[in-house]
Design a protein. Structure first.
Length: 141
């Protein structure tokens, strides 16, 4: 996993974006992604403040296989496979992540590092994987 910090900025060249994101903006991202053949999945992290809950919510949203082990290695394995969700690329939107970022910053950072590593793995195979993480909702739309 990368050692670069991720809070409050892009991670690396842009596979993981930590940004304010309204419900309407998340929906628009999914509409655009799907129009281009991408799989787009939204994960609501409201009230999520621990690693096991984060992993459970991502696993459920992405319909991970039964063998998913509920740990960081299993997340990395599943997120870099997604063979059960064939698409030209993938967009993952983690919504309402502020509580997790505040209460469990190490968990938050580790998850984002795994997602950035997954993006690099997908890129090496000629596919796109992007993650948007909303830590503060936008207002006014």
């Amino acid at each position: 996993m990368s050692d670069e910090p991720v809070r409050g900025k892009h991670f690396g060249p842009g596979p993981v974006y930590v940004t304010p994101l309204s419900d309407a903006a998340a929906a628009a991202i999914c509409v655009l992604a799907r129009s281009r053949g991408f799989d787009c999945t939204r994960v609501d992290l409201s009230g999520c403040n621990e690693k096991s809950e984060l992993l459970t919510r991502i696993a459920k949203a992405l319909e991970f296989p039964a063998w998913f082990g509920g740990n960081w290695d299993a997340l990395a394995d599943c997120i870099t496979d997604l063979g059960w969700r064939p698409a030209v690329g993938y967009v993952l939107i983690l919504e309402n992540a502020a509580e997790l970022q505040q209460v469990q910053p190490e968990v938050f950072d580790t998850a984002l590092a795994i997602l950035a590593d997954a993006a690099a793995a997908w890129k090496a195979r000629g596919a796109t994987f992007r993650t948007f993480v909303s830590v503060t909702p936008e207002t006014g739309d």
